[in-house]
Design a protein around this ligand. Sequence first.
Ligand code: NAD
Length: 270
Amino acid sequence: MVANTSRLAHHCAIVTGASSGIGLAIAEGLAAAGCAVAVNYHSHAEAAQELVDRIIDQGGRAIAIQADVSKEADVIRLFDEAAKAFKRVDVLVSNSGIQKDAAIADMSLDDWNAVIDLNLTGQFLCAREAVRRFRGQPMNGRPARSAGVIITMSSVHESIPWAGHINYASAKGGVHMFTRTLAQEVAADGIRVNAIAPGAIRTPINKDAWESDEELSKLLRLIPYGRIGEPEDVAKAAVWLASDEADYITGTTLYVDGGMSLYPEFRNNG
Ligand code: NAD
């Protein structure tokens, strides 16, 4: 890794939920592009520290910070600790998310609230803190064009309805409008805000859908491109969105889904 000549060498990022899956791959991708990374984790301290050690071994900069991003005080502390370690915060990748699936008649209020609290309110708490920091910190001769970048982790279910997952789909639908509204509100501050909407990516959150050959072949029927996504597919998109190469892009959702949102059932004349 040649950190100081890389495209994000002057940036510091917070990636939430980075001890596994998509968040882990994004943290690695940002670090490989020269970015200092605060690896947020909720409960897997060991996995987060392993990632930090790996990044540092490869010449990068990283620290692990525990925080429950559905809790206001935790989020403020997360930003304080990241800013203390790296002097500034330039990129937020608000990736943490959970599923607690049930048909509506069987869904408890606790399971509804848990998903909304993390997947939607967590986006609000992290983005609010990011905007406050981005506005408050000088550019210090930093060559980047934007004053800060926020990437929210949405899902194809920000637009595809998903029976049996009404809490999750409602939260991701909320993330869609949250991202667009925030982008409109802070564009004049030089802050860019975009969402990534992954399709089916091979991570712990959806293990049941790819672990057995039978489930995987059912899943592949929904993916025109013919393969499940890997966390690195999403990481590459996030690194690009964080960089000045995406400088004129704000308020949009980048689908990383192998065509899952293209109504695959209509491939054969509907
Ligand atoms: P994952 O389960 O590996 O990642 C979720 C992460 O969120 C974990 O690291 C977990 O520790 C963290 N987390 C859980 N509760 C938290 C809390 N209270 N505070 C902070 N962090 C917390 O699964 P993933 O697939 O990598 O999911 C990452 C994001 O991508 C989620 O927002 C998910 O909705 C979204 N997504 C995933 C897919 C997919 O197919 N895997 C598709 C669309 C969207």
